[in-house]
Design a protein around this ligand. Structure first.
Ligand SMILES: Cc1cc2nc3c(=O)[nH]c(=O)nc-3n(C[C@H](O)[C@H](O)[C@H](O)COP(=O)(O)OP(=O)(O)OC[C@H]3O[C@@H](n4cnc5c(N)ncnc54)[C@H](O)[C@@H]3O)c2cc1C
Length: 382
């Protein structure tokens, strides 16, 4: 088995791992990035699309947002549609901040290029990653190779191996519903996001690019893609989202996937020399488009902590888990709150409460400001 040495091994090349690897390199800290998929695969894997402004500005400060700032559309409002009417919600006007619409696979492509073009060591299609000696001298093994390091950054997502090395409780919440996630080769039907609240179930529309639109349809948790032939998809999208003057444009569906709608949060995000970042430590269902933003937030804090460690200040790294989890729990709470409004309830009392919240949100500027602040993540570190 060949042995090499580096400062940090980063496992996983998603938004968390790639942001972290770039930031560490910029601070002169050596790292090796290990990814189980091919570079071509991760550069085409569609997932998120909405990045909050604070995250974009942080990437910009580190020279990682050039193409994003040149080409991403910004959005500062969305529409609720219910009872046949449309209600515009202008959150940029309330907060001064907006979302940048930038498909995750394009951000991943940019971050891989920034890292490898600057000489970063990225190894794709690795298998059998295992961690050892986390309490003393961490090592990572894979494919007959051994890497000795000071730290392991576990950025390998919700199905990765790194989280299995961290002890502690896992708080989990199931929504008891499914979401059918769809991508259509169709121009957006509206400038912004549409949240459709309907007795048949929730539906959403989100622009991705000039000719690609993401849609979501609430479905039964045990539904499969086969339960949703294209004709049924479009019938339900029209039923749940169309209002007078607001039609939905159809196109070829090229992604159709039932999401298991659940959240989890690990009690601790570290063990010895291992630090988790992103979905390896916490998952939030895509109700409020928060997951990628949290992954970037963790990466920012972890790079600060590791950089401070090498500068002789171990305190930041010691506080890493608590600092991340503060924002994680605010976003989890917000997603749950939004879920109650979106999905309603078969219980008429709970349904009445959800409608009361919606009317307050649309009728009170103070309620709208509080909502907008957390929706765009302007303040969430309580
Ligand atoms: C349909 C959908 C829509 C979404 N929309 C939004 C949105 O609009 N806004 C938003 O903020 N979030 C959204 N999200 C969530 C967002 O995509 C995730 O939160 C984000 O990908 C998490 O980043 P990550 O780096 O933590 O993990 P990942 O992106 O999952 O990256 C982990 C990486 O680790 C690799 N890996 C796994 N195991 C191993 C191993 N053993 N060894 C080596 N490598 C390994 C994986 O291949 C992967 O490349 C959405 C998610 C979905 C599914």
């Amino acid at each position: 088995m060949g042995t090499i040495r580096t400062h940090v091994v980063v496992v996983g090349a998603g938004p968390a791992g790639l942001t972290l690897a770039n930031l560490l390199r910029r601070n002169g800290i050596n790292c090796i990035l290990l990814e189980q998929e091919s570079r071509a695969f991760i550069e085409q894997r569609p997932r998120a699309g909405f990045i909050e402004e604070w995250a974009v500005r942080a990437l910009e400060r580190n020279g990682l947002a050039d193409r994003l700032l040149r080409s991403a559309q910004t959005q500062g409002s969305f529409e609720f549609r219910f009872d046949g009417a449309r209600y515009e919600f202008e959150y940029a006007e309330l907060t001064g901040n907006c979302h940048f619409v930038y498909p995750q696979q394009i951000l991943v492509t940019d971050l891989v290029a920034a890292y490898t073009d600057s000489g970063g060591d990225a190894r794709f299609e690795v298998s059998g990653v295992q961690l050892h000696n986390l309490d003393s001298s961490p090592t990572v093994t894979y494919d007959g190779q051994e890497i000795e390091c000071d730290f392991v950054a576990g950025c390998d997502g919700a199905r990765g191996v790194c989280q299995t090395y961290v002890e502690g409780e896992r708080a989990r919440h199931d929504y008891g519903i499914g979401w059918l996630a769809l991508l259509a080769q169709a121009p957006p039907s509206a400038a912004g996001v549409i949240f459709g609240i309907h007795p048949d179930g929730f539906a959403a529309h989100m622009a991705r690019t000039a000719d690609v639109t993401r849609f979501y349809l609430q479905c039964k948790p045990d539904d499969t893609e086969d339960d949703w032939p294209d004709e049924r998809v479009w019938t339900e999208l029209h039923t749940r989202l169309t209002v007078p003057g607001g039609a939905i444009t159809e196109g070829k569906l090229f992604e159709k996937r039932v999401l298991d709608m659940h959240n989890y949060v690990l009690e601790r995000m570290s063990h010895g020399g291992l630090y988790l970042a992103g979905e390896s430590a916490h998952l939030v269902a895509p109700i409020a488009a928060k997951g990628m933003n949290l992954a970037i937030h963790d990466a920012l804090l972890l790079s600060e902590g590791i950089s401070a460690h090498y500068a002789g200040d171990p305190g930041k790294l010691a506080g890493y888990s608590d600092a991340c989890l503060a924002r994680v729990w605010q976003y989890q709470e917000f997603s749950q709150w939004l879920s109650d409004i979106f999905h309603g309830s078969p219980d008429p009392f709970l349904n009445g409460l959800a409608r009361a919240r919606l009317r307050r949100l649309l009728g009170s500027r103070a309620a709208a400001e509080a909502f907008a602040e957390i929706y765009i993540g302007k303040r969430a570190d309580f």
